[in-house]
Every structure is written in C-alpha cells, then in structure tokens.
Write a protein that binds this ligand. Structure first.
Ligand SMILES: NC(=O)c1ccc[n+]([C@@H]2O[C@H](COP(=O)([O-])OP(=O)(O)OC[C@H]3O[C@@H](n4cnc5c(N)ncnc54)[C@H](O)[C@@H]3O)[C@@H](O)[C@H]2O)c1
Ligand SMILES: O=C(O)C(=O)C[C@@H](O)[C@H](O)[C@H](O)COP(=O)(O)O
Ligand SMILES: [Zn+2]
Length: 368
C-alpha cells in the first residue's frame, strides 16, 4: 500500500501584529509556497553551515522564483562558532550584496544557525525580516520558536543577544532522516522538558513512545514536534520577554549551561547538558520535599531512555558549577533563581534554595 504523505499542520505564535505561523510537515523545503509569503522584498540571504548545505541548500533555493535576488552564505559548523565573529560574517555578506532593510534572512540548520541568523537580523540596519527553517529536532521543537537570538560568551551561554521574532517557522520533518542519533537524543531532551514543566499526559506518552521516537518514526516525531511547539507557542505568547512564566522553559538549563561553558562550547551538546541538568533539578526538587524518589526515578529512566547522559563531567567541582551559575541570566539581585519541579508536569521558579542543600546535591551527583 502506498502511504499518503500527511498534510502539513499549522500553529500560530500569537503576538499581535508580530504573530507568525509554524508550519510542520514533510516536503516543505522543496515547495516555495511555504516560504514566499514571508519574504519582505526581493533580497533573500540563506545562511546555513557546511554540514547542512550539501544536504538541503539546493532543495530550499531551487524552487524560488527567478525574480528574487537569492544569495547564500555557508558558515562553519558547531557550537564553538556561535560567536560575534561569525555573526559579523553574516553582516559582511549582507553589505557585500548591498542588501537593504527589505531583505529577508533565512536560517537553514540547527539552533546554532538559527540563534546567530536571528541575532544578525535583529541588528542589521536596526532590524530586518528573518525566517526559521530548522533542520534538527532540537531546533524544530524549541530554538526556532520564540525569538530568543544571540551568541555565547566564554563566561556564559547566550550572554549577548536580543528578542527578535521570525516571520515564520518552516519545519520540514523529512530533514530528520539525516540527523545523527546523538543529535536526535539532544533534541529529545527539550521535548522531555515540555512534559516535565507543563504536561504530565505528554510525559506519559513520551515514556511509551520513546523507542519509536528514537527509531525516527515519522508519525511519532511529528506528534512530538506539534505538541512541543504548541506548548512553547503558548508560553511565548503569554510572556515574550521572560518576565515570568517563560523562565520555566529553562528547566535544567542553569546546571546545563554551566556544564557547556565549563567544558568548552561543543564538547557537551546543549541537549545533553540540559538532560543532565534536568535530572539535577529533579533531584534537588526531591531534596526540597517536592518530588518523590519514585518520580525522580521516572525522570532518570526517561533521560536514559532518550540516550542522554546521567552524570556530570568528572572534573567539575561544586565551585565550578556555582561560579558559572552565579552569572545566570535568570538571577535577580544576586539571588540564584532555579526552575524546579513541584510534581511531574508542574514547574516553578524558586529563589530560596538553601546554599548547603544545593552544594550537597551537586557534590553527591554522579560524575563520569
Ligand atoms: N533560541 C532558543 O530559544 C534556543 C532553544 C534551545 C536551544 N538553543 C540553542 O540551540 C543550539 C543547539 O541547537 P542544535 O542542537 O540544533 O545544534 P546545532 O545547530 O549545532 O546542530 C547540531 C548538528 O546537527 C547538524 N545538522 C543540522 N541539521 C541536520 C540534518 N538535518 N541532518 C544532519 N545533520 C544536521 C548541524 O550541522 C550540527 O552539526 C545551542 O546553541 C542552544 O543554546 C536556542
Ligand atoms: O525559549 C526559551 O525561553 C528557552 O529558555 C528555551 C531554552 O531551551 C533555550 O536553550 C534558550 O536559548 C535558553 O535561553 P537563555 O535565556 O537561558 O539563554
Ligand atoms: Zn535549551
């Protein structure tokens, strides 16, 4: 029997006159009808990297109308390239091409590309249009939605950036076919995050479907992407610039960002560090009397089932964690603000963790 390809679904990020669609489905890359309505003018710059370009760049550009002035820029790959120097290369390319305020940048790739291109768009001539075309699971479920853009600083993740929303997010689920298993697991960390912070039923579904998800089952992945984007779009619509509820999307990130910065960007994948960080947050929530041992065990089992690490880097001592965490962007008035779990599916912002409980949790957490 020939399977009919599923029709794309569309969600909305509701932000008034800056609202935008998230289209999700197979075959979107090769069909210009999804991209063309979101172009601000004739000038289009597609930015990607040297891994994604040979896989998908032609597919994206081939169908575009000859009336458009399409330029491409291929950057090097990796988290270590998420720097101002590489954003400058985007600005240089735009100036070389003589692009004006009605140009549109297209971010084709994972979260590193999307964060940098979004930041380049936020600043070029004080702000131009951009479209997210995410090709990793992580970017499809998280980084392409919500307008957090920016680059890393050696002392902290995403320390330099801007909120700048895309005109549209085009999620071609076919691109996941080429994603390495380690990157798939990294994306699953952010998927688990949504279940943990806001949707216990989704979490239970993920527990049941994890083998299908890791086996690249198209229907299961599409459902996971749709549910993740729905939850993220709701949160972003409620709190675009993280004055409140949006901080819950940072579950596991205070610990995770410390691991990424300490280890040198790219040694641990963002999703891996978030996976371990979520386990640390769950264990801390248990020490504070909120989660039961059985609930923490469920979190550990899920993180392991997703193929994510259950132990922090061997050489990272308590002081290493605390020094980097003290610079976290969520902190206010020198108080550490952590995202913790009251129960599975219900997260909160907490700024009263006794320092000795935090230190002993980090000390006791397994190392690898
Ligand atoms: N802006 C946000 O809201 C937000 C949310 C989550 C994460 N992030 C950021 O996103 C970044 C992580 O994103 P990521 O995990 O996508 O990493 P990434 O962009 O480095 O992509 C991971 C790897 O997969 C490759 N790749 C991309 N698509 C592919 C495909 N279809 N087939 C084969 N290989 C492919 C990339 O070239 C790269 O080597 C981090 O910098 C993180 O801080 C931002
Ligand atoms: O969209 C958000 O808000 C998030 O926090 C999503 C996170 O998964 C993502 O890693 C984000 O880049 C972290 O933001 P930061 O403000 O902690 O740097
Ligand atoms: Zn993240």
């Amino acid at each position: 029997m020939i399977e009919t390809p599923a029709a794309p679904s569309t969600l909305e990020v509701a932000l008034g006159d800056r609202s935008y669609p998230i289209h999700i489905g197979p075959g979107l890359l090769g069909d210009p009808q999804w991209l063309t309505p979101h172009l601000a003018g004739r000038q289009v710059m597609v930015v990607t990297n040297e891994t994604v370009a040979p896989l998908y760049l032609d597919k994206l550009t081939q169908g575009l109308s000859d009336d458009l002035e399409v330029r491409t820029l291929v950057l090097p790959d990796g988290e270590a390239t998420k720097t101002l120097a590489h954003v400058e290369r985007i600005w240089d390319a735009l100036l070389d091409a003589g692009f004006n305020r009605r140009c549109t940048l297209i971010a084709l790739g994972g979260g590193v590309t999307g964060d940098m291109v979004g930041f380049a768009a936020a600043c070029y001539q004080r702000g131009v249009a951009f479209v997210q075309v995410p090709t990793t699971l992580l970017a499809q479920v998280d980084s392409s939605v919500g307008g957090k853009t920016g680059v890393n600083h050696p002392r902290g993740k995403n320390m330099i950036g801007a909120f700048w929303q895309p005109r549209a997010v085009l999620i071609d689920t076919d691109t996941l076919a080429t994603l390495p298993p380690r990157e798939l697991s990294a994306g699953l960390a952010e998927v688990l995050k949504y279940g943990l912070i806001r949707d216990a039923d989704f979490l239970a579904w993920l527990e049941a479907e994890m083998p299908l998800l890791r086996g690249l089952d198209a229907a299961a992945l599409t459902r996971a992407i749709e549910r993740s984007c729905t939850l993220k779009a709701e949160i972003v619509a409620e709190d675009e610039t993280e004055q409140g509820v949006r901080a819950l999307l940072n579950l596991g990130h205070t610990f995770g960002h410390a691991i990424e910065a300490h280890q040198g960007y790219g040694h641990w994948l963002h999703g891996e560090a978030v996976g371990t960080g979520m386990l640390m947050a769950a264990e801390l929530s248990c020490r504070l009397g909120w989660l039961s041992e059985a609930e923490v065990a469920r979190v550990r089992t899920l993180i392991e089932a997703a193929g994510l690490p259950l132990a922090a880097p061997a050489e990272m001592v308590v002081e290493d964690f605390l020094a980097i965490m003290s610079l976290d962007k969520k902190n206010l008035d020198s108080r550490l603000r952590l995202i913790l779990l009251r129960t599975l599916g219900d997260a909160c912002i907490h700024d009263e963790t006794p320092p000795q409980i935090l230190a002993s949790l980090i000390e006791a957490f397994p190392r690898r």
